[in-house]
Design a protein around this ligand. Structure first.
Ligand SMILES: [Cu+2]
Length: 244
């Protein structure tokens, strides 16, 4: 009877794990593009795969213990004041320690190399910096040649494809957060403290810009668009002073 109870408990305990698993599947379905998305996806997949290996082993042992402890080892009865029957093995303990250490080394390596990639833009000759200012409730863009406009006029932030572009982000009034979800970057826009981020867009098209910091009543309306343009089209627009 207790075995059935243990097995049901074990199965029930797996439900939250399965729910987490399905929630994570959504990550793989959310569209990402550009150089950052590749790095993030690799980082995420590594953490997720190693995490799954640990989860499967831990749950395997957990279920094995719940279903075998009482029946197969009748001697293993807890008596107050005496040590429980030893079930461990030094070999297994060492193996687990070495495997976990190897996992942590792999995770630190990939984490630090990703941070390095995010923080050090791989600039090219035609790279440039756009100053982005967050205002309640729109984004202002300023290019090196002086072109300045805001998302409030319904115009997208224009950048060329296959060119690393840096965003220098600041808050004009309150805290905002400049986010390009599909290019996987989010830069805090704080008054008087510029932060930078960069992207390398690899596909032309339009992508959403969002504010990821609750910044007031109309925070949810603080949306814009990023237009990744063909290089020649961008050059024509840019050298024409921003005229269409
Ligand atoms: Cu905002």
């Amino acid at each position: 009877m207790s075995k059935i109870k243990n097995i049901s408990l074990a199965i029930l305990s797996i439900i939250p794990l399965l729910l987490t698993f399905f929630a994570i599947i959504k990550w793989f379905q959310s569209p990402g593009t550009g150089a950052h998305a590749e790095v993030y996806d690799e980082l995420f997949l590594t953490y997720w795969s190693l995490g799954m290996v640990v989860a499967v082993i831990v749950y395997g042992v957990f279920i094995w213990l719940m279903t075998t402890a009482v029946e197969e080892e009748p001697d293993d009865v807890r008596i107050l004041g005496s040590l429980p029957v030893e079930r461990g093995s030094a070999k297994i303990a060492w193996t687990v320690t070495i495997v976990i250490t190897a996992f942590l080394l792999i995770l630190s390596q990939i984490t630090f190399s990703s941070i390095d990639f995010f923080e050090n833009p791989e600039l090219e000759e035609d790279s440039f910096t756009v100053k982005v200012t967050g205002w309640q409730y729109y984004w202002e863009y300023e290019y090196p040649n002086g072109i300045t406009y805001t998302s409030a006029v319904g115009e997208p932030l224009r950048i060329p494809v296959d060119t690393p572009v840096v965003f220098e982000v600041i808050g004009g009034d309150v805290f905002h957060s400049f986010a390009l979800p599909e290019h996987r970057i989010k830069v805090d826009a704080l008054p008087s403290r510029p932060n930078t981020g960069w992207i390398l867009a690899e596909e032309t098209g339009t992508y959403p810009i969002r504010c990821y910091e609750l910044c007031g009543d109309d925070h949810t309306l603080m949306i814009g668009e990023l237009e990744v343009m063909d290089k020649n089209e961008f050059d024509a627009w840019y050298s024409g002073g921003g005229q269409q």
